[in-house]
Design a protein around this ligand. Structure first.
Ligand code: NOJ
Length: 886
């Protein structure tokens, strides 16, 4: 068994290395370094655009980390550690041991000689996945709806502590890709908002919060992973789609910088320790071996000092990926789970020994990983991993998939702390009040008969975790599906929470929790003083399909037959309140205008305290202050973008022809009226906006960065004799597990790599470790520091003119004034808390980046000589104050 695995490894070396570079665009093509192909448009509003089959230019070598900015001390500690490592120990840091072969969703090799246990990488962005006694937090889309930086930080930190308490080293989140190009996109809810500024702020605060708990983050998925369909070949084939490679997101350099890369710049600036590259291709080069997006943009321009890990099975080659900037492969296996082979592992050892991967590159990979570790951690010795992702049983196999190592795998550590209060509060503070006729809300609790309706108000018939990975839509939607989910410790349903509230106030309460029971709904609604009907729309990740939705939603309508239920209730009761739990926009136009529907609330995907959160808002314990983090359009087609549901070729080509014009930017430029616009949300009080003040600050002129890197450093020595890298004698191997050691001393036979045989065919500079020029827009984590200089301060006075305390989110929009720019773009916001008659100053620092445009020829940001207008408003369509940045 073991020796046949060894042979498999060597055979894999040939096949793996043989396909190197095949997907890296035209790596040998003569694109000059400063231009970007495909810079053409069919969009009348945009200089941006896309072309099918456009390619991604080659950018080599892969920049080495240098300990820039706040990373200096982490780099010096990493240097001390990595200098002690053998070749195999370095390789071990870069390679997952294999799917279900250790306890975490992803786990690297370890370095027992230095008491460094494996790194444990664990989902998800809403809590610790695949364990017990953890909390489930509101989803990213809810965090965005709070527009509250403090909420993002506090939630990130609480999730960080929970991961830490389980022995997790890297939380696989947060999410800024998908950004939300199409409202149907299956995983938009894991991220924040289709607006890059709102997402960037929430992404950065989450990263800072999580990392403050001593846990690394994996900012994902990089980049342009905007739909689930066709992300991976095997899944697609399983669903009956005949494709030969992952879909390619095709778009231009302006759209890249002004939209999709923007939040990642914020994430890098915030110190994210790792970035997860995505499954899709970007301009026909796999995101995990795309030298333009990884080497040039992320590590070059954004000055990213941490490491790039692949999404699970997102690695498509060995040497090509390493040279293009991939630092860690997850979960370690190549091509299929538990294939027993890897693109890294022993193949990476071979590649370093035969010189196809320069030693400095492996050193850089190890340095980046260890620097990430020391960026958040002080001690090599950490608490053990105290759970297994693969079973809730107390005893099971350490190496689960192959049934080896029977031991106690779950300690059932309760990491929930008092996070329920935070979760409840975020749930309420992320609930958007969309309609409230004649102050229907808040309810008093004195209504004689309160009636609640809908599947979405009740429990899952099989319990809160009744469907693996939450892959069903049964009961209230506390969480959507896929790897972005976690096991619920409980789920407070709206039915339970509202009943508790009503009973405490002495009222009567009845509910009908089946949308199929229309007649019963009608008869109850006719008797009720207030009817609250719950409805939802779900989505998730491609590996689970729910009701024929393959991750992405098939439409923007409500699920579970909710439209019929709403029609029945609203047709029977003239005081009907609609509450929507959804992953994103749903079509509400007919409800917005229905006079019997007196109030509408959007509550998103609120997590375990769902019912308590909505009851807090309905009964006025929390005054809603949330605003929509996306546009609710009147028609699906108004968005101007959609998922590609049917392949348009062997390699599906998704052309982002809209450029930067997604969500409200599209509605504004097409002049279509949404049902509820981006940034909209009501309160139980009212606010007045006054006194706009614009102050120009003296930041000086922008200076493009001009420096060079050092030469690529190397740390420690290794023997070039293959015999020194064979498996240790009498080593007992776990089947299918990835090891860094070789089975044979014959490297040529081991690799038979055409790139190795003809080294001249490597991309130019791929192995060049000499000092490199740093991009003009680069120079520090997040990009050229001068981009963040404050050029203007814009201030306004916000006053609570109602009779109750409340929270308001004034929003600052600008127009950059160019003929191809969006009409307005969000650039600042603040959630303010105000007592009745209280006033406060809303203040936004407008940075150079905020008023700059990406110039693809200069390859730098420029402030164009145009009139730049600024507005302060209560939503993207309700501008209260206007001025000019001058
Ligand atoms: C695939 C998903 O795309 C990613 O988000 C997740 O972290 C990994 N699987 C691990 O579960």
């Amino acid at each position: 068994m073991h020796s046949s695995i060894a042979t498999a490894l060597l055979t894999v070396a040939s096949s793996v290395l043989a396909q190197d570079f095949s997907n890296d665009g035209n790596y040998g093509s003569p694109f000059p370094d400063t231009t970007y192909p495909g810079f053409e448009s069919t969009n009348p509003y945009a200089i941006a655009g896309s072309l099918s089959n456009q390619t991604s230019p080659p950018k080599y070598p892969s920049p080495w980390g240098e300990g820039l900015g706040e990373w200096a001390s982490a780099y010096s500690k990493a240097r001390a550690f990595v200098s002690q490592l053998t070749l195999e120990e370095k390789v071990n840091l870069t390679t997952g041991t294999g799917w279900e072969l250790d306890r975490c969703v992803g786990q690297t090799g370890s370095i027992p000689r230095l008491a460094f246990r494996a790194l444990c990488l664990q989902d998800s962005p809403v809590g610790v996945r695949d364990t017990d006694f953890n909390s489930v937090f509101p989803a990213g889309v809810n965090v965005a709806a709070t527009w509250d930086r403090g909420v993002a930080y506090a939630r990130g930190q609480a999730m960080g502590y929970e991961h830490k308490g389980k022995g997790v080293d890297v939380q696989l989140g947060p999410v800024a890709g998908p950004l939300g190009r199409t409202p149907e996109g299956g995983r938009n809810w894991e991220g924040f908002s289709p607006d890059p500024v709102l997402t960037g702020v929430m992404f950065a605060e989450t990263i800072k919060g999580t990392q403050s708990a001593g846990v690394m983050t994996s900012a994902k998925h990089y980049i342009a992973y905007e739909q689930e369909h066709f992300r991976l070949v095997p899944d697609s084939v399983n669903y009956g789609f005949n494709i030969t490679a992952s879909d390619s997101a095709n778009f231009d350099d302006v759209t890249m910088h002004e939209l999709y890369l923007w939040p990642f710049a914020d994430g890098v600036k915030a110190g994210c320790t790792s970035v997860m590259c995505s499954y899709n291709q970007v301009n026909n080069s796999q995101a995990c071996q795309n030298s333009y997006t990884l080497n040039y943009l992320l590590k070059g321009e954004l000055g990213f000092q941490g490491y790039v890990m692949s999404d699970w099975l997102g690695t498509n080659s060995g040497v090509a990926s390493v040279l293009a900037g991939l630092d860690m492969t997850m979960p370690g296996d190549s091509n299929a789970y538990d294939s027993g082979d890897s693109y890294f592992g022993a193949n990476l050892t071979v590649a370093v020994l035969n010189g196809t991967v320069p030693a400095w590159r492996l050193d850089d990979m190890a340095m980046r990983i260890m620097a990430g570790f020391y960026f958040v951690e002080t001690n090599i010795t950490r608490d053990p991993i105290n759970f297994s992702s693969w079973t809730r049983d107390t005893f099971s196999y350490e190496h689960y998939f192959v049934g080896e190592g029977w031991t106690q795998v779950n300690n059932h550590v309760n990491v929930r702390s008092d996070h329920a209060n935070l979760i409840r509060s975020i749930g309420a503070r992320s609930t958007v009040l969309l309609k409230n006729v004649n102050n229907t809300l808040p309810l008093t609790g004195n209504e004689p008969l309160t009636a609640v309706f809908g599947d979405d108000a009740g429990p899952n018939s099989n319990g809160p975790n009744g469907c693996p990975d939450r892959g069903c839509d049964d009961g209230t939607l506390g969480m959507a599906w896929g790897s972005g989910s976690a096991e619920l410790p409980y789920l407070v349903t709206p039915d339970t929470a509202i009943q508790n509230t009503v009973l405490a106030a002495g009222g009567a309460y009845e509910s009908v929790l089946s949308n199929g029971a229309l007649d019963k709904m009608g008869s109850l609604a006719r008797r009720a003083n207030v009817s609250i009907v719950f409805a939802n729309a779900d989505s998730g990740e491609w590996f689970v399909q729910v009701d024929r939705n393959l991750g992405d939603r098939n439409n923007l309508t409500l699920w579970q037959g909710a439209d019929e239920a709403i029609a029945m209730v609203a047709g029977s009761c003239s005081n009907t309140i609609l509450v929507v739990h959804s992953v994103g926009p749903v079509l509400l136009e007919k409800y917005a205008s229905n006079p019997n529907i007196t109030a509408i609330l959007w509550a998103g995907v609120p997590g375990q305290e769902s019912g308590n959160s909505i009851a807090d808002v309905l009964y006025g314990h929390v005054n809603p202050g949330a605003k929509l983090p996306f546009t609710i359009g009147a028609n699906r087609t108004d968005y101007g973008t959609d998922v590609l549901y049917t392949p348009n070729g062997d390699v599906p080509q998704i052309d982002f022809r809209e450029g930067v014009f997604i969500d409200y930017r599209a509605f504004d430029s097409h002049n279509s009226t949404p049902t509820y616009e981006f940034g909209f949300g009501l309160s139980y009080t009212t606010f007045n906006y006054s006194n706009l003040q614009i102050t120009k600050l003296d930041a000086g002129d922008y200076v493009p960065f001009t420096g060079y890197t050092s030469e690529a450093p190397t740390y420690g020595n290794f023997s070039t004799d293959p015999a020194a890298h064979l498996f240790p004698a009498n080593f007992s191997r776990v089947p299918l597990y990835q090891y860094p050691w070789l089975n044979s001393t014959n490297l040529t036979e081991a690799s038979s790599d055409p790139q190795y045989a003809a080294p001249g065919s490597f991309p130019v500079n791929a192995q060049n470790g000499s000092a490199q020029r740093i991009p003009k827009a680069g120079g520090a984590p997040g990009g050229n520091p001068m981009l963040y200089d404050v050029l203007y301060r814009v201030q306004a006075t916000i006053t609570n003119t109602g009779s109750v305390a409340g929270e308001e989110v004034p929003q600052l929009y600008i127009s950059r004034g160019g003929p191809h720019d969006p009409i307005r773009e969000l650039r600042g916001f603040e959630r303010l808390s105000l007592q009745p008659n209280g006033s406060t100053t809303f203040s936004v620092d407008v940075t150079r980046r905020d008023v700059s445009s990406w110039d693809p020829v200069e390859q730098d940001w420029v402030v164009r000589n145009t009139t730049k207008r600024v507005w302060v408003g209560r939503s993207s369509r309700k501008m209260e104050l206007e001025g000019v940045l001058a």
